[in-house]
Design a protein around this ligand. Structure first.
Ligand SMILES: [Zn+2]
Ligand SMILES: [Zn+2]
Length: 334
């Protein structure tokens, strides 16, 4: 089969022919229909901290059709269309049994979506309703990541919310914050490239970050934010969020910043700011994200900005390292 293969940090992925995956007893083989390109995959090909091995196939936001079943699987059939929750736990420990594979001691982030066929264990597969496309199925994972952050935030109806960063996670957060009853949701970013998309996803306002960001955000929200979602992941963003936050407000950190960062603790203490970090999701949230897509016409589709064939995927992947008008780029391996 064809796959986009990782060889070396700071080098583009290479589309080549590799062996087709064979399922272990508890696994299934999925013909990948769509796989979203994720910013964390870009990080993984730049930072040794992630420990990606030569020959790895990345891509953890995928949906497809089951084409082969391991001999101990029982709940799925050939031809089932599934979204794959990429958190692969042992399936037996208390965390796994509680639907929290993210916190299994043996958790691995399942890649493999940048290929014609991929493996997953049966327990990672959620069947798609007939009304949900494979394209929407590939959006479930980033939507679940966003939902987890919103769930942790303690957001209640009427909240004033600032989302810093208009990437797919930021837009997903805007979507859930509105669904959960936030009165105002303002998305901020360095450029206005994603303003229309943010509004389609549920944002009530958009602020381009410049010298007056503080005043502009407060004007758009009608006051200082109760909750700020940090979806940028660059140094200094926590310090900026602390300036924006209302006293006793909450900051949820979803960005993946791998560089040291600093802020003045007094700025946080003097506001009694709550700082919460958010990683991954639980399987209940994954199901909730899938349910939110059922029907096919839901706003999350607005995140998809392009769809590319596997052959064009490495170039599209590299192009995402620069700020562009792209949001969620889908790979269509077949
Ligand atoms: Zn992702
Ligand atoms: Zn486990």
């Amino acid at each position: 089969m064809k796959a986009a293969v990782f060889h070396e940090l700071h080098h583009p992925l290479v589309v080549e022919t590799v062996a087709e995956p064979r399922p272990a007893a508890d696994e299934v083989v999925i013909r990948v229909g769509r796989c979203g390109i994720c910013g964390s995959d870009l990080h993984m090909t730049e930072e040794p901290a992630f420990g990606i091995r030569q020959g790895a196939i990345l891509g953890h936001e995928f949906a497809g059709e089951i084409v082969e079943l391991g001999r101990e699987t029982s709940g799925l059939r050939i031809g089932d269309r599934v979204a794959v929750a990429p958190l692969r736990g042992c399936g037996r420990c208390p965390a796994c049994l509680a639907g929290e594979p993210a916190w299994c001691a043996n958790m691995a982030l399942q890649g493999g979506g940048y290929a014609e066929f991929a493996l997953a264990t049966e327990r990672q597969c959620l069947r798609l309703p007939a009304t949900t496309s494979l394209e929407d199925g590939a959006l479930v994972e980033p939507l679940a990541v966003a939902l987890h952050g919103v769930a942790l935030s303690g957001l209640t109806a009427g909240a004033r919310v600032l989302v810093m960063g208009a990437g797919p996670i930021g837009l997903g957060v805007a979507f859930w914050a509105r669904r959960r009853g936030a009165a105002k949701v303002v998305v901020s970013d360095l450029t206005t490239l994603q303003e229309d998309r943010a509004r389609r996803m549920g944002a009530t306002g958009f602020v381009q970050v410049d010298g007056d960001a503080l005043a502009n955000v407060n004007a758009a929200l009608g006051g200082a934010p109760d909750i700020i979602f940090e979806c940028v992941g660059r140094p200094d963003i926590i310090a900026q969020a602390l300036e924006h936050l209302r006293p006793r407000g909450t900051i949820v950190m979803l960005g993946l910043c791998t560089a040291p960062d600093s802020f003045v603790p007094f700025r946080a203490v003097s506001k009694e700011a709550k700082l919460i970090t958010s990683a991954f999701f639980n399987l209940g949230e994954y199901q909730a994200a899938l349910d939110a897509l059922d029907g096919g016409a839901a706003p999350p589709h607005a995140m998809i900005s392009d769809t590319v064939a596997l052959a064009a995927m490495p170039a599209a992947f590299e192009a995402l390292r620069q700020r562009t008008a792209q949001c969620k780029v889908m790979v269509r391996p077949g």
